[in-house]
Design a protein around this ligand. Structure first.
Ligand code: FRU
Length: 512
């Protein structure tokens, strides 16, 4: 196996590897972070240290900690020239901010350091691969962003961009592949010590394709093949791919732009797609078997996974929807948060997602009720709060008598609430945040087809200050949505049309 190239990294260069652009970002975030009170942030979801956050990047385990980078514009709560923000954690829930890792400070990334990934190198260094964006002006005044893949190497705090960047450029593209939509490399290391990477690209037909590259040392990369093609089936460009083996299957996660709805499976706009199939490791061939959305709520995009030291495949996504970014008051100190990290598995050809088991350590103050009868409206002593982990199991009160509707409302007071309602007749679960306090004419509800027999349903609902995540039937489906409802609205109530029996366990959640 080739040794990683380190000839360019000379002793004593560390001091000047921090550019003025990165220094300014680091100074800014350090000062302005202090202006954000702890209670103004999510309790256990990672949010932008200052300014704007989008996609998770570089999710990896390095030097005994999880590292999570993110698309970052520290100076403003809107998207702008992309930096990489950085945080580290021992348990995936208590995150410590680290100084911004990358800034757009080289010719090849002057207009942005877009999404990418990270892996530890055998020599102890941390390797980042990201998309460098450089704007090109055409003769007719039009502008185009050229996207190339670049690397940086560091120690978990400071990263130096490689002297031979970009390491993958338009010369490595297959025939017809766009050099303007060529982004979001996700690397992994194979058992034989070599490296692979998948990158999103737009093919000649204008729709997405996933390209596979390989490397012996992580520095010199070679184009192998088109791993998976969209051929205009699911949205257009495929952003932020991740590819891995799980429970004997090959799994592609990607975030297609401009999707059309297909029944209750996909929704309009930028969405998420999981393709599950057989992967032949000899020939690197993927045979698709099933497709599904990754998240069935409103806000979830660009997820990325890490393999934990104990062998779990854990995914984290940007808990936001590009089309609903202006839901929040414009004058805010931070915008954008990550989803909960979720443990993935495959069951009966479908993706199962469960909140990481570490979340259970944050639980406190159990309140439980069994066999509660609900017929009309009800609230239960001790069941309220905005930082909550709650498990509900519902069924008809009398087996032979179906109920028409069951709903749970949360983040509720006299004025506001968000609801999750279930109609057993058509097996549809609906999330609706119309009354959550939003003053914008944007999407506020989504319906999703769930598995339910005889009116039975199991829900795990996790509330943080500014979000809800719902896990249906032990992780068969997940629905995420952000909420900016006034924190004083902390009520939870239940209603039914027809008689329902419910078991419920609720815990408060508090970061250690
Ligand atoms: C996805 C995305 C990526 C890109 C990044 C830019 O949300 O559009 O494809 O790398 O955001 O911030």
């Amino acid at each position: 196996m080739g040794e990683p190239d380190s000839s360019w990294l000379k002793e004593g260069r560390k001091a000047d590897m921090i550019s003025q652009t990165l220094r300014e970002a680091r100074k800014y975030e350090e000062v302005f972070e202090k202006m954000i009170g702890e209670e103004e942030r999510p309790g256990f979801h990672l949010s932008a240290r200052t300014g704007w956050m989008n996609d998770p990047n570089g999710f990896s385990f390095y030097k005994g900690k999880y590292h999570l980078f993110y698309q970052y514009h520290p100076f403003d709560s809107h998207w702008g020239p992309m930096h990489w923000g950085h945080a580290a954690s021992s348990d995936l829930l208590n995150w410590e901010y680290l100084p911004a890792a990358l800034a757009p400070d080289e010719v090849y990334d002057r207009n942005g350091c877009f999404s990418g990934s990270a892996i530890p190198l055998p020599d102890g260094r941390h390797l980042l691969m990201y998309t460098g964006v450089a704007r090109e002006r055409l003769g007719n005044g039009a502008v185009n962003d050229i996207q190339t893949q670049c690397i940086a190497v560091g120690d978990g705090i400071d990263y130096e961009k490689y002297g031979k960047n970009p390491v993958i450029n338009s010369g490595n593209l297959p025939e017809g592949g766009s050099k303007y939509d060529f982004r979001d490399p996700k690397m992994w290391r194979k058992e034989d010590g070599s490296y692979c990477c998948v990158i999103g690209n737009r093919a000649a037909d204008g729709s997405g394709q996933i390209l596979l590259f390989t490397s012996q040392d992580g520095f010199a990369w070679k184009y192998e093949k088109v791993l998976i093609e969209n051929v205009s089936r699911y949205g257009k460009m495929w952003e932020c791919p991740d590819f891995f083996l799980l429970d004997g299957k090959g799994v592609l996660l990607t975030s297609p732009t401009d999707m059309l709805p297909v029944g209750f499976e996909y929704h309009n706009g930028n969405g998420t797609l999981c393709l599950i199939g057989d992967f032949d490791q000899e020939t690197d061939s993927f045979t698709e078997q099933n497709h599904q959305a990754i998240d069935y709520g409103i806000d979830f995009y660009a997820p990325q996974t890490v393999l934990t030291p104990d062998g779990r495949r854990v995914m984290i996504g940007w808990m936001q929807n590009w089309d609903t970014c202006n839901m929040r008051d414009q004058k805010v100190a931070w915008f954008g948060q990550m989803s909960l990290p979720r443990e993935l598995s495959i069951k009966d050809g479908r993706l199962i997602q469960k909140p990481v088991r570490e979340l259970e350590k944050l639980r406190q103050g159990e309140v439980a009720y069994r066999d509660v009868s609900i017929d009309g409206t009800a609230s239960l002593e001790g069941i309220q709060g905005r930082m909550v982990d709650m498990e509900l199991e519902i069924r008809p009160e009398r087996e032979e008598e179906a109920y028409h509707k069951f709903a749970v409302r949360f983040a509720q007071n006299g004025q506001y609430y968000t609801s999750l309602s279930f109609h057993p007749r058509d097996s549809i679960l609906k999330i609706d945040r119309k009354f959550s306090g939003s003053r914008r004419a944007i999407i506020h509800q989504r319906r999703s087809l769930v598995n339910s027999k005889n009116g039975k349903l199991k829900l795990r609902i996790i509330l943080d200050r500014f979000s809800v995540e719902v896990f249906v039937n032990d992780g068969e489906q997940a629905l995420s949505a952000i909420l900016y409802t006034d924190q004083a609205a902390d009520g939870i109530s239940f209603l039914s049309d027809g008689a329902v029996k419910m078991d419920i366990v609720k815990y408060g959640l508090l970061r250690g």
